[in-house]
Write a new protein. Structure first.
Length: 202
């Protein structure tokens, strides 16, 4: 996997230039908590099917997020992630970005297995779909962390990167089930209310 850490302005500019031509985009964020009004944004991970970029917001600052607006709001770039209402609120709160054209692997998993008692975390979905046993304990190292004390480890950065990659790998497998179960109309309905749901929650 080609993982690039983006911590310099010129690296960020190069990344943005590359992503303008993306057709799909895995999206994930890391923060110190779950409440957009109190947490501190830490990392943004973006995967275009070739390169997983990990944007270090502690080095670059939050103002750079605004430069992602035309990419994340583009209807020509298909954004894929897990629990994208969280990511939507992240980008809306930090830069008033209205992310569009999304596939949420968590919501789609719930749709496919509706009525069954199953868990829909990324760890569970990745195990069902990809046969991978994800170590999610690293996530705990972000929660309540003090930004001034953070020195990124290789494991933390790789963890963040792969959280943008796995949903992209899961997407085509889910769509096979959506087609087989003839759930396309319901899927489109669910997909189109990700943004409105996030705004209501916000």
């Amino acid at each position: 996997m080609n993982i690039q850490i983006v911590s310099k302005p010129y690296q960020f500019a190069n990344m943005v230039r590359e992503l303008f031509s993306a057709k799909i985009l895995g999206v994930d964020t890391e923060t110190t908590g779950l409440d957009q009004f109190t947490y501190h944004p830490l990392l943004i991970s973006l995967y275009d099917g070739k390169v997983a970029y990990v944007v270090d917001l502690l080095e670059l600052g939050l103002d750079v997020i605004k430069q992602l607006k035309p990419i994340l709001e583009s209807h020509d770039i298909f954004k894929i992630g897990h629990n994208l209402t969280f990511e939507y609120k992240f980008f809306y709160h930090t830069a008033r970005i209205d992310m569009q054209n999304m596939h949420d692997v968590m919501i789609t998993d719930k749709l496919i297995y509706a009525g069954l008692r199953m868990r829909h975390t990324l760890k569970d979905v990745a195990f069902r779909r990809l046969g991978l046993e994800l170590d999610k304990t690293i996530r705990k190292s972000f929660i309540d962390a003090k930004p001034e004390d953070i020195s990124w480890s290789k494991e933390q950065l790789e963890y963040s990167a792969m959280d943008a990659v796995y949903p992209v790998d899961i997407y085509p497998l889910q769509m096979e089930d959506i087609k087989q179960q003839k759930l396309q109309r319901v899927y489109e309905l669910e997909r189109n209310i990700i943004a409105p749901t996030a705004i209501i929650e916000y």
